[in-house]
Ligand binder design. Structure first.
Ligand code: ADP
Length: 424
């Protein structure tokens, strides 16, 4: 049973350790954290000095990272061979020297630099995921006493805390590097989209214009070839328009009309446009709109047409013959809602958010059977969000998908700062 006074001292030490944990949790300033750790190591183990050394893989030696009482050490390194710290690091085991003054294993260069005498020493490895990354040492137990088991436990706890702090800082710095790189790549992607859509527009316009002219001028036997050129150019035009839509959104140049239109009529129009394709694919396509409510929405009819068109086109693409597609529109508490439901191939639940990212396709573009650039849903999302609405997908692989978007029926009043909505 420990003496009451030693129990009191132990309690105080525990409290100090707890305080350090709190400090560690509240700051990411690594030098400050390591300094706090060595300062406390000195006090809690009643030593004259303490230090944290980290292994430098480039030089193959230990470098002082934080020291208490021997600031000059920050310029000194310790070799792995011929030093106690090197032994502790190499064996990943603690070491205690009660009489270090004549021990040949002590690296004397440090003492000589500082005109300091190492009399006793307690050292523990700094372990990160069981791998040694450095060493923590307490030097010269005060009043010529011996280091105890308690001192060892304290130094090991402090070393564990230093390892966590170092790990956090390294992870944070890696995260920042990756984040900077991602931002740079994203910027490059946006620039590429903007440049490509702008530079392709003019030559394509010329190809289309001349092909349309030539179709009238060439003998009828070449009409079929001319049609192929015109159809393919029109397909390219759609792709370039999709890219420009994205570029405008990125550059904050999207303009949204603010006109009342009937969402119910729009849904019927889009469904009618796809009836022939659905019939060709032997897919049942129907719609369900309220009988007595045109579902008036204030916004840009053309842009919402793109949303419904992309959803219905996808449903037709990813549903096999014999399947069904239903488009439903309804009003609910000031919002209009549109659902596009199909009995197609479905989407794995882990992908239902990512499919709205640009260029994202569930199947790799190298192996997939369907065309497309992975832009349709990201454009739909951009259009819905420009109207302050929301879009999402619920799906079960192999069973079918449900896409839904909502729009406020009354567009929010444009704030002076917002340049998105334009009055018609
Ligand atoms: P794409 O034009 O390439 O189809 P989208 O952005 O429109 O690009 O869609 C992204 C991906 O989401 C598609 O490639 C497909 O994998 C998946 N997807 C979209 N709609 C459906 C659907 N109704 N059923 C199954 N998968 C779908």
């Amino acid at each position: 049973m420990p003496e009451p006074s030693s129990r009191q001292a132990r309690l105080e030490r525990m409290q100090r350790l707890l305080e350090i944990s709190r400090t560690l949790a509240s700051t990411h300033d690594l030098p400050l954290l390591l300094q706090t750790i060595v300062d406390n190591a000195v006090e809690l183990t009643q030593s004259e000095a303490a230090s944290i050394m980290l292994y430098d893989p480039a030089k193959g030696e230990l470098r002082f990272e934080a020291v208490h009482g021997r600031q000059k050490l920050l310029e000194v390194s310790v070799p792995l061979k011929g030093s106690i710290a090197g032994w502790i690091f190499h064996h990943a085991r603690p070491m205690v020297l009660h009489d270090a003054s004549k021990d040949p294993r002590v690296y004397r260069a440090v003492d000589q630099t500082l005109r300091f005498e190492t009399r006793s020493l307690l050292g523990v490895p700094l372990l990160l995921k069981q791998e040694p990354i450095g060493v923590v040492e307490a030097i010269n137990k005060r009043e010529h006493a011996h280091y105890t088991e308690d001192d060892l436990a304290i130094l090991e706890t402090l070393a564990a805390q230093a390892a966590v702090a170092i790990d956090n800082t390294r992870l944070l710095s890696q995260l920042q590097t990756v984040n900077t790189e991602l931002t740079r790549l994203d910027r490059m992607k946006s620039d590429f989209i903007a440049i490509a859509s702008h530079e392709l527009r003019t030559p394509l316009g010329l190809i289309l214009g001349h092909a349309t002219f030539l179709k009238e001028a060439v003998p009828a036997e070449y009409a079929e070839q001319m049609d192929v050129i015109i159809r393919s150019s029109m397909r390219l035009k759609t792709i370039i328009e999709d890219l420009s839509t994205i570029a405008h959104k990125d550059e904050g140049q999207s303009r949204v009309r603010r006109e009342p239109f009937s969402l119910a009529h729009l849904v019927v129009d889009v469904v009618n446009r796809f009836l022939a394709t659905a019939q060709e694919k032997r897919i049942e396509l129907g719609c369900d709109i309220p009988e007595d409510d045109p579902l008036m929405v204030e916004g840009d009819r053309e842009k919402i047409d793109v949303v419904v068109t992309n959803l219905v086109r996808n449903a037709l693409t990813f549903t096999d013959p014999g399947g069904q597609i239903g488009v439903k529109a309804e009003g609910e508490g000031g919002n209009a809602k549109v659902f596009v439901v199909d009995t197609g191939i479905g989407i794995p639940s882990s992908e239902t958010d990512r499919i709205f990212d640009r260029f994202y396709q569930v199947e790799s573009h190298l192996t997939r059977r369907h065309g497309g650039m992975g832009l349709g849903l990201s454009i739909a999302k951009a259009m819905v969000e420009l109207h302050h609405g929301q879009i999402w997908c619920e799906s079960k692989e192999g069973t079918g998908s449900l896409f839904c978007f909502t729009l406020p029926q009354r567009a929010p009043e444009p704030s002076p700062a917002s340049k998105v909505f334009i009055e018609s």
